[in-house]
Design a protein around this ligand. Structure first.
Ligand code: NAG
Ligand code: NAG
Ligand code: NAG
Length: 430
């Protein structure tokens, strides 16, 4: 969410440098034996329940992945809205305790949560653009920490040079692509994150603002550029919120998915975001799950259509407080895992975070990640917020301190969030 952060962006290049950015790494979970799962015993009411395939990881838990996460297929063939059969009792998790995506990083998206963006505010966390050494950070995160995914926020306006309906601007795309290439050079997966809150300058996509066709056009052009790279993940929209009609929103999401697939990006993961800031806790209850599960590929399948969910650990889930108050398991991850399993689907926690050196977060974040890893059959991974152009004192900073060629992580990254830290193996961090 980080709602309090955004309004500070775009004041100036320097200010933006200090505050911008999201990042992401995530780590995916692979299959295996779950420990200590005591999930719900019944299927979510109204959900269609079916057997869920194990997520077949293409990489070994201890190595840097070199192949795409191409097997995130679902076997669900359920009809939306049907009541279905009963879900397996306790529908056990099949997580191995190892996730595969983690990380952070970002372009400076320069947008407020109403979708208004400042033209001069966006620039990449790359030294050649007078930003942070994002390339150095990512290399460190991969080599020293075991991260394998980075989320790279960017404004829709940046792609089209602030003209709605225009084709992608080559100069702006070159700047963004420099960051994507720096990400790819590390061997990591790279999430292209359109950070617009379902909006363009306060107008909601498909509901009074930009048309679905305009939204789809930009995504089709982006997909055409990256269609042959299996390490690209399409994050079609960051944190929709207060979108009046969730079914109309699902139609907007469908338009983007169709455009991406038609552009030739037929196999990469596409992240489908729900309403209410993509809250993992209200993904089912506020209707996003039922609406978005109807979104399909060109062939009608849902292969590699992964739900995008966020969750912070502070009291108001805003990601603006140094103290953590919850590990989110009871209110968010356990019920969501059950719904996903019952519906044959998977989700990716593409934003989470906590105070970078706060005792409560060092405990609770480790617990959250361990739980996600235990449920890696339905949770692909997590992405920490944030590094890149953020400044060191930022409340959720995951910026490593640099001294020559040595990078030192924040306590939260070192203890919980880095894949090498071991939290996902089941440690509670204490
Ligand atoms: C949105 O999510 C927040 C938690 O992030 C929750 O407190 C609130 O009730 C949710 N609103 C709706 C309408 O679901
Ligand atoms: C919850 O869903 C309703 C209807 O889809 C929507 O009007 C409302 O804005 C959503 N709540 C949030 C906080 O996004
Ligand atoms: C940076 O590294 C050098 C060489 O190892 C060391 O002498 C110096 O104290 C370090 N600086 C900081 C601020 O840690």
């Amino acid at each position: 969410m980080l709602k309090a952060v955004y309004p500070l962006l775009g004041i100036s290049l320097f200010a933006s440098y200090a505050r911008g950015q999201g990042a992401v790494f995530s780590q995916s979970l692979s299959h295996g034996q779950i420990k200590g799962w005591t999930g719900a015993t019944t299927c979510v009411q109204g959900a269609t329940c079916s057997f869920v395939n194990d997520f077949r990881s293409t990489t070994s838990p201890t190595s840097t992945p070199t192949t795409p996460i191409s097997s995130v297929a679902s076997t669900s063939s359920t009809a939306p809205g049907s009541t279905g059969t009963s879900c397996a009792s306790n529908s056990p998790a099949k997580g191995s305790g190892t996730l595969k995506f983690t990380s952070l990083q970002g372009f400076d998206f320069g947008c407020n949560s109403d979708g208004s963006c400042s033209p001069g505010a966006a620039f990449p966390p790359l030294l050649q653009y007078f930003g942070a050494d994002g390339a150095g950070q990512m290399t460190h995160f991969v080599k020293d920490d075991g991260y394998n995914t980075f989320r790279l926020p960017v404004a829709w306006q940046f792609f089209t040079n602030y003209v709605l309906g225009d084709p992608i601007n080559a100069d702006n795309m070159a700047k963004y692509d420099a960051l994507v290439q720096a990400c790819l050079a590390t061997g990591a997966f790279c999430i292209i994150d359109m950070h617009n809150y379902a909006r363009w300058e306060r107008g909601i996509i498909g509901q009074g603002g930009p048309t679905n066709a305009q939204f789809a056009q930009t995504w089709g052009e982006i997909a055409a550029i990256y269609k042959d790279n299996p390490k690209i993940i399409f994050g079609i929209m960051n944190e929709p919120h207060d979108v009046p009609d969730i079914n109309l929103w699902a139609a907007s999401v469908q338009a983007a998915v169709t455009a991406i697939r038609k552009a030739g990006a037929t196999t990469q993961i596409i992240l489908l975001p729900g309403n209410n800031w993509t809250s993992a806790a209200t993904f089912v209850s506020n209707g996003s799950a039922d609406a978005l599960k109807k979104v399909v590929n060109l062939d009608g399948s849902t292969t590699n259509l992964i739900f995008d969910v966020h969750k912070y650990l502070d009291f108001d889930n805003s990601g603006t407080n140094p103290e953590c108050t919850t590990n989110n398991i009871a209110e968010a991850w356990a019920p969501l895992a059950q719904w996903l399993r019952c519906n044959g689907r998977q989700a990716f926690n593409t934003e989470t975070g906590g105070g970078y050196n706060t005792a409560s977060c060092l405990t609770l974040m480790c617990q959250q990640i361990a739980f996600q890893a235990q449920n890696s059959d339905v949770f692909l991974g997590y992405v920490g917020w944030a590094a890149g152009n953020f400044f060191t004192g930022y409340v959720l900073s995951e910026l490593p301190a640099q001294n020559g060629t040595t990078w030192t992580d924040t306590p939260l990254v070192a203890k919980c969030m880095a894949p090498n830290a071991g939290a996902q193996k089941g440690s509670t961090g204490q």
